[in-house]
Design a protein around this ligand. Sequence first.
Ligand code: SAM
Length: 233
Amino acid sequence: MAEGTNPRETADPFWAEVDGYITHHLVGQDAVGEAILEANERAGLGFGAVAPSEGKLLELLVRACGAGKVLEVGTHGGYSASWFARAGASVTTLEIDPERGALARASLEQAGFGERVEVLVGDAMDSLAALHARGAGPYDFVFLDADKQRNPEYLEWALKLSAPGTVIYADNVIRAGAVIDPEGYDKRLGEGGIQAIRRFYELVAAEPRLSATAVQTVGSKGHDGFLLAVVVS
Ligand SMILES: C[S@@+](CC[C@H](N)C(=O)[O-])C[C@H]1O[C@@H](n2cnc3c(N)ncnc32)[C@H](O)[C@@H]1O
């Protein structure tokens, strides 16, 4: 599909309104999260962080599965990492951009999570290999939220760093529905990005150690969704 021609790409303002309702009732005043998002904005980071309602979902999932150790690929300014830390987990989060890594460290420190969150700066492929080499893991919860084109490779590492019971959550795997089109194109992913996400689905489906589903969502960040997999053996 040619750049910008996916009619479903544009977020409906009504979805954002409904997100506002959910956040108002179920997330509420969130001084920690708001401070991190404000720091992101001051640093010109844009809107790469998960929405508050999804951050809360991540916290609840980590609590529900009693996850003590979380691995996050894609730190940005540390917003989603703060939700994992709030669930009481210790978090290792990977970020390629040194400025973002430093900002995340500062924001998480400020929020009182400095002891609980380790930010590793560098290409996630190198950081994952280093974590594996140092015998890190198994992690109880793995959040894939970096360059989605590389989810197939991140999945391999996630499995190496997992054990039965580990939950793998991959964000942004619907892309306004472009994922169902073998020729799909998403300008944020570039050429071949949608095809890489499709390969990710195929790898998950073919992996006997995983049981998975994906859920499409609409909200302040448009029409997208996540894939949730559990390592069953
Ligand atoms: C969508 S943002 C993550 C948002 C964050 N999880 C949150 O919700 O607050 C993706 C981040 O992944 C980082 N990233 C992209 N490619 C990467 C790579 N190869 N290795 C590590 N981080 C990468 C980007 O710099 C960006 O900060």
